[in-house]
Design a protein around this ligand. Sequence first.
Ligand code: ATP
Length: 430
Amino acid sequence: MDKVVSLCKRRGFIFPSSEIYGGLGSSWDYGPLGAELKKNVKDAWWREMVHRREDMVGLDAAIIMHPRTWEASGHVATFHDLLVDCKDCKGRFRRDHIGESCPSCGAKNFTEPRAFNLMLKTHLGAVESQDHVCYLRPETAQGIFVNFKNVLDSTHRKLPFGIAQIGKSFRNEVTAGNFTFRMREFEQMEIEYFTRPQEAEDCYQQWIETRRRWYLDLGLSPDRTRLREHARDELAHYAAGCTDIEYEFPFGWSELEGIANRTDYDLKQHATCSGQDLRYFDPVAQERFFPYVIEPSGGVDRATLAFLVDAYHEEEVKGRTRVVLRLHPRLAPVKVAVLPLLKKNQDIVTMARRLKKDLERDLVCVYDDTAAIGKLYRRQDEVGTCFCVTVDVQSLEDRRVTVRDRDTMRQERLDAQRLKEYFQEKSLLN
Ligand code: ATP
């Protein structure tokens, strides 16, 4: 883990937030390469979950919602952790994260557990009073439920169909740590998939498989990915089933995403609290009912971290350690680096610059001439760039360039005009 964290800082994937002021607990900023990687994760999700399906639509709801939303959802009453303080060393812990004795000093001298609500509060308007209290959403899901009717009326969808959303969520997490695995401000990618009650179980099973496949198709190792079905006593009282997709991080097996069968609980709650009829009307059966909902709920940051950790490899090449990020081409922040072999040769530079200009229309591409070629290759390997294209003296005569593959390090000479076609074959273009 330390190696990944250090690479992230050194190469501009992830920085501690507000670092010049000493950083802020559990807050992280994505640097130039991290922003690209995270965007690619979200794009891959949106493309597969929304654009490539007939039964899905997207949504982008506000972060600050009507406070009654959180009463209806149960977050005001029950979204809390139980905290205990160690009376000896003054450490503070989540009750469900520790055993009998204090993890810091070993004492068994705790305070009584206290409930700590995880929602972050803010105030709207000029006057700070209890009447104006609002929350930063702790999940994106409720933005979907409150818009269920709007989406239904504006898109004329028939069951089953789903609504997908990606966006920031906030939780005042008590126990932080493990890099970006648990943050106070993070991004979620959530789906609420509405279905007939009698079809909900099948749908739930299908979503577990669809979501598992998504992670595997983007390169997560199958042997470090597993499903964990929740036991009956772990389920919320309204839930008919819940399965986590877990990944084996260096700090142990941990949740990447949860897929839950939430029955008709949420829509019923919002119908009761808002007084609006949120039932679905079935024109064939001529009946109104509350659909069941299957919720695949994943974290963008956790997925990004898993892809990074999984991609990180060190190998011996000619007696030296090569660090390479074997990211899936769809996720790699940079697809191609164009490198001039001699930066003082104006003709080589012109040809390389021209190639870069041409390629950047179709894929994310960089130009780099700040070091000798061996070093440039290593730098690109370390950030997961799929291919390097090198222009040399010979290229000026035969218009051929050297293309080097990140994973195999194999080099081949290709006609510069064929590059785009070649990268298309390698799935670097859409
Ligand atoms: P945990 O048990 O780890 O606190 P959770 O079960 O409370 O997670 P959910 O409420 O199911 O998480 O949220 C859905 C997804 O959102 C999680 O699977 C995770 O990927 C992501 N997520 C939740 N909390 C955080 C956080 N504090 N930081 C980063 N991602 C988070």
